[in-house]
Design a protein. Structure first.
Length: 240
């Protein structure tokens, strides 16, 4: 219940309350000595910590907890691999946000190993994990650490139509918009923003990260090529 509360609170922008809910969830899991609940609760807390700006702490916690869970018998089950892999992916994004490139890719590699052992994608406690998720997070991390070319290259092996969740498909297009912007491929950046809007219009309109992408792209575009971004900004409510 506290994990669900954490997710809902984060979506509502109530980061402080989300931290409290995630911490309570983890405390309860530890008291029960429930390894899988520890993994799931830690994932929620890592997310909340990163959202609060404590990226390095979040990445460190993900690495430590994943190592502990992996050393236990429940951690080696299918459910354990799903929860541990998802935790590692959260940690990788947090490490990338703290500009710790080595830690980010180390956590991604550990997640890839968990996905390999898992085989096909799996789900547990509302968490879905597998090779597709690892690929999506690797693209996101590459974009965050400035490896735009690697992100675009990796995306060629991902088929958006095979991604089961609309939000994750939209995230892929937003990450690619960032990557194309970094490479000054303005046409590609605008195309990916439009793809994200087409797939998940409400998600795009409400997410602050989208507003930052649009504002950054508008500022970097040559003056004569800003009209497409300005049109997009008006549709999603971004003030330029």
């Amino acid at each position: 219940m506290n994990q669900l509360a954490t997710s809902l609170l984060l979506k509502a922008g109530e980061v402080s309350l989300a931290l409290v809910a995630a911490d309570r969830s983890l405390r309860a899991a530890r008291q029960c000595e429930d390894v899988l609940s520890i993994a799931a609760s830690s994932r929620a807390l890592v997310h909340a910590l990163s959202r609060s700006g404590r990226h390095r702490r979040a990445a460190g916690m993900a690495a430590r907890t994943a190592a502990y869970v992996s050393s236990t018998a429940p951690g080696r089950t299918r459910a354990g691999l799903v929860l541990t892999g998802a935790l590692l992916l959260r940690g990788a994004v947090a490490a990338a946000r703290s500009d710790d490139r080595d830690a980010a890719f180390s956590l991604l590699d550990q997640a890839a190993e968990a996905a390999h052992r898992l085989g096909e994608d799996g789900g547990e406690q509302g968490v879905v994990f597998g090779r597709t998720n690892v690929a999506l997070h690797r693209i996101s991390v590459c974009t965050r650490v400035g490896d735009a070319g690697a992100a675009v290259h990796l995306a060629q092996s991902v088929h958006p139509a095979r991604i089961p969740y609309v939000e994750r498909r939209a995230n892929l297009h937003l990450d690619l918009a960032r990557a194309h912007s970094q490479r000054e491929n303005w046409v590609g950046a605008v195309r990916e923003l439009r793809n994200a809007e087409r797939i998940a219009p409400e998600e795009v309109r409400l997410r602050p990260a989208v507003h930052r992408i649009v504002t950054d792209l508008h500022g970097r575009l040559p003056a004569g090529r800003r009209s497409a971004v300005q049109d997009f900004a008006r549709r999603v409510g971004v003030v330029l």
